[in-house]
Write a protein that binds this ligand. Structure first.
Ligand code: CA
Length: 267
């Protein structure tokens, strides 16, 4: 029998909100979020359809910071690299759900990173190209980029392209997951319990979605940490048990099972 951890009475703080950053024009602030859709019948699969860890490789500090913040506000775990060498190292070392890759970079440029990465990994890559570089776009797609946006870009466009790219890479076409009385719309990031909307924080939603996408599998704590929290996250938000406990309070104690010593599971 699965065992359930005791509730911890700490309320989550909602952070699934629009981005407010003085460095980003207000026209860029209309952001939305969606995720990939359920994976069924893959009990022993390695976690590859998760959608929450993104690498940004960008040498313009303001843009890098703004992008990272905006994606974190959306609930993604975000790693950053400010030059080509670090970017290539990270892209090759970790299984990101997507990489946002600038073309013009110190040390190793975006094309070189892309072609070297493609020798070992199929990680979805969204290129950031400069305006009036249409030849670059063709080159990028030839080299194995999955999509591109032209600088300066609107955040909402970048987010939409990232979502589409992640969804394509997971080969999924629908956005709904139903687990007992719980329904999840991964495009709108809404969750319902018995047809009543449930308010989840961004982290709680990410946890629910990740487990739901791996329904029937035991997901280890390490896998959850890797997908929910980025390399710089050492705050109180890094308390997995608290998020699990909060989700159980909102969606029912049985919704997430604990496999003691192994991890968590949604049946
Ligand atoms: Ca650049």
């Amino acid at each position: 029998m699965p065992q359930f951890v005791a509730f911890i009475l700490i309320g989550g703080v909602g952070n699934n909100r629009l981005v407010h950053n003085p460095e980003i024009p207000s026209s860029c602030l209309k952001v939305a979020s969606a995720r990939v859709t359920p994976a069924h019948g893959c009990v022993n699969s390695v976690v590859t359809t998760g959608n929450m860890r993104i690498l940004i490789v960008e040498d313009e500090p303001d843009l890098l910071r703004s992008l990272a913040q905006a994606l974190r506000e959306e609930g993604y775990a975000v790693d950053t690299a400010a030059d080509g060498e670090d970017g290539l190292f990270k892209a090759e070392s970790y299984d990101y759900d997507a990489v946002v890759l600038d073309v013009m970079l110190p040390n190793i440029d975006g094309w070189e990173i892309l072609s070297r990465l493609r020798k070992t990994k199929k990680t979805p890559v969204l290129m950031l190209t400069a305006r009036d570089q249409s030849r670059d776009r063709v080159k990028g797609l030839d080299t194995g980029a999955d999509d591109y946006v032209v600088k300066p870009f609107d955040l909402s466009e970048l987010f939409a392209r990232l979502r589409a790219l992640i969804r394509r890479s997971a080969n999924k076409t629908t956005n709904g997951i139903k687990i007992g009385d719980v329904k999840i719309d991964t495009a709108a990031r809404n969750v319902w319990l018995k047809d009543k909307t449930v308010e989840l924080t961004a982290r709680e939603y990410s946890l629910v979605e990740f487990l739901a996408l791996h329904r029937g599998e035991v997901v280890t704590r390490t896998q959850l940490y890797e997908h929910l929290f980025d390399e710089n996250d050492s705050t109180l938000s890094n308390l997995l048990d608290v998020h699990v406990s909060n989700v159980r309070k909102k969606l029912g104690a049985e919704f997430i099972s604990t496999r003691r010593g192994h991890g968590y599971c949604i049946k």
